[in-house]
Design a binder for this molecule. Structure first.
Ligand code: GLY
Length: 370
């Protein structure tokens, strides 16, 4: 029933295992990697309620020493203070460089624990056990780790590949519906980047994926195959990997301008809206078609995702504030704006040197849409 996908990175290669029941088998998997290691588990209070017991029971059964470090759920934990708390707790637990940090949770836990692992003792190993759809299809794979700065999202971080990813699809059954929906945007992204057939398959199978079952595993596996291929050819985002940021330039700006307040906008929702804007902006610049932009928006709307700026509760930032936030994007090179745009569904590309005046007038019109 499970699927294993290899991320091919020479000495840093690793498996992504996808299937049900993997949290309860984590001890056996980690023991196979290294029978003498100990595990510093980083998780949040929501995830711990459902999944920490089965994980620690499986580590106990495998006779692996472990300790748990609890963070508050939500983006605000990806801060300098959150980072210090996690690092100090791991250091106080007397873990050695060869031990594992185990990230049990969604994107916030994975990014924060991964960055702690990258930094502690100049690099501890990390096992990612993603429990959200977003983390299973995107953030747990590929080694991007980071915390947020008051200046912008994910601006302080490192590339640090995991040693193993265990994507337990059963964990998705305990996710709040909104989190599952938000993660769907990152799943659809893979079809929109370079796989029109996958997007068509998602259009037919979205309901089955949300409901669970074999389509869900197949969808996650296909997303991980795509991501593994991109990461293998461009680990540190010198080129193609930037395509994975489709929707993120706009999306991160919305997250920043809503104060990273998950009650208003969670990351996957920002990405969904950002993807819709990227497709409409492509149409506006004459590189993409309105039919494709409408088709993407229809699909996200059916999934329950935001597709218009007015869908973000109470959003009233100006186009200039948006441009200012976009200016903090990691893809900005020598002051020039880079966006991921699309010639069509499955035909995304990296557009460098985008004129800020075009972005400004596009956003002004988008803010006037109702
Ligand atoms: N989440 C985008 C990447 O891993 O490159």
């Amino acid at each position: 029933m499970g699927v294993t996908i290899r991320v091919d990175l020479g000495p840093r290669s690793y498996d992504i295992v996808i299937g049900p029941g993997l949290i309860a088998q984590a001890g056996a998997h980690i023991r196979r990697l290294d029978p003498k290691s100990a595990c510093a588990i980083v998780t949040d209070t929501n995830v711990a309620r459902h999944h920490l017991g089965p994980l620690t029971a499986s580590l106990d059964a495998a006779r692996i020493r472990h300790a748990s470090i609890m963070i508050e759920p939500g983006e605000s934990s990806k801060s300098y203070a959150g980072f210090a708390t996690v690092c100090d707790a791991i250091l106080s637990g007397r873990f050695e460089r060869g031990d594992f940090v185990v990230a049990l949770g969604g994107g916030v836990v994975g990014d924060l624990a991964g960055f702690a692992a990258a930094s502690l003792k100049r690099g501890m190993r990390v096992v990612q056990i993603p429990t959200s759809l977003l983390a299973q299809v995107d953030s747990s794979v590929g080694g991007k780790t980071a915390i947020n700065s008051p200046v912008g999202k994910n601006l302080v971080g490192a590339f640090h590949q995991p040693t193993l990813v265990l994507a337990d699809v059963g964990a998705l059954d305990t996710l709040p519906r909104r989190e599952l929906t938000a993660g769907y945007a990152e799943l659809a992204k893979y079809g929109l980047i370079d796989d029109a057939a996958f997007f068509e398959w998602l259009e037919r199978n979205r309901a089955a994926i949300v409901a669970g079952g074999p389509e869900r595993i197949e969808a996650i596996a296909q997303a991980c195959r795509s991501k593994a291929a991109i990461v293998a050819r461009d680990e540190t985002e010198q080129g193609d990997r930037a395509l994975l940021n489709l929707g993120h330039t706009f999306g991160h700006a919305f997250e920043r301008l809503t104060g990273y307040d998950g009650a208003r906008l969670v990351h996957g929702e920002g990405v969904a809206l950002g993807i819709c804007l990227a497709f409409r902006f492509s149409t506006r610049l004459g590189v993409g078609t309105g039919q494709d932009a409408d088709r993407v928006a229809r699909h996200f709307q059916a999934a329950g995702l935001p597709t218009e700026i007015r869908d973000v509760p109470g959003f009233n930032a100006s186009p200039d504030a948006m441009l200012d936030a976009i200016g903090q994007d990691k893809k900005v090179q020598r002051g020039s704006l880079t966006f991921i745009l699309a010639h069509g569904i499955g035909r995304s590309y990296i557009a460098k040197g985008v004129d800020a005046a075009d972005v400004r007038s596009f956003l002004t019109d988008e803010m006037g849409r109702n």
